[in-house]
Ligand binder design. Structure first.
Ligand code: ADP
Ligand code: MG
Ligand code: MG
Length: 209
């Protein structure tokens, strides 16, 4: 099984398509408990990424992840831009300059991404953010990698757990980000960032071979 720079770049193009496809859904979720721009922010960032990948293909998986990070930081804006940017930057550093990732490298990269999001945003599980999707995803990825799972199995377990984690945000009262301004009124809505995290992981899983 190979997870090279080319396959990571292809996965990022697939993510861009999925984010554009789900732009309106993410906009609607963010209109309910935020300022209604999450779909726009994410679509802008990943569309910019595709243009950059068209112009220059990094030679290693870590190089692709670093390009994702710098592009998202400079184009997404809001809360999600720096958070996803930090996540991909930490993942890039964790992956280093390996030519191909295996399940263990991917699980470690996901752990590093989560640590970056938490370092930046200080959210805990239960605060109704992307951390509620990413935390169980990392745990699932690590457990599958520890029992010898490959990239596809690691990512598919991560995506399943992220979906459940995102769904778990519905009844929660937000304690971080714009949704927290609503207090109790934030309950009963799916967190847009948790939803986008689950979309990203599901797409990565679908691309992994
Ligand atoms: P903004 O709220 O600035 O408009 P977005 O709408 O793009 O930014 O992103 C909102 C998402 O960012 C939220 O749904 C939540 O998942 C995530 N988020 C906000 N603040 C934090 C935080 N401190 N830690 C983790 N995630 C956060
Ligand atoms: Mg918003
Ligand atoms: Mg905003």
């Amino acid at each position: 099984m190979e997870c090279t720079a080319e396959s990571v770049a292809e996965a990022m193009r697939a993510v861009a398509a999925v984010v554009v496809e789900h732009r309106d859904e993410l906009l609607r979720l963010d209109r309910e408990i935020g300022d209604g721009d999450h779909g726009e922010n994410m679509a802008r960032g990943f569309t910019a990424l595709v243009s950059k990948l068209d112009g220059h293909a990094p030679a290693s998986p870590g190089g692709v992840l670093r390009l994702v990070a710098t592009t998202l930081i400079s184009t997404v804006g809001g809360a999600a831009g720096p958070l996803y940017g930090t996540a991909f930057l930490r993942a890039a550093t964790s992956v280093g300059d390996v030519a191909s990732m295996d399940g263990t490298v991917v699980a470690k990269a996901l752990r590093a991404a989560l640590e970056g999001v938490v370092a930046r945003g200080k959210a805990e599980v239960g605060d109704k953010t992307m951390v509620d999707a990413l935390t169980p995803a990392v745990a699932a990825a690590e457990s599958v990698a520890a029992s010898g799972g490959g990239v596809a199995e690691v990512l598919s377990a991560a995506a399943d757990a992220a979906e459940l984690g995102a769904d778990s945000t519905v009844p929660l009262v937000a304690r971080k980000g714009r949704a927290s301004y609503l207090g109790e009124r934030s309950a009963g809505h799916l967190d847009p960032g948790a939803r986008s995290t689950s979309l990203l992981l599901r797409t990565f899983a679908g691309r992994a071979r």
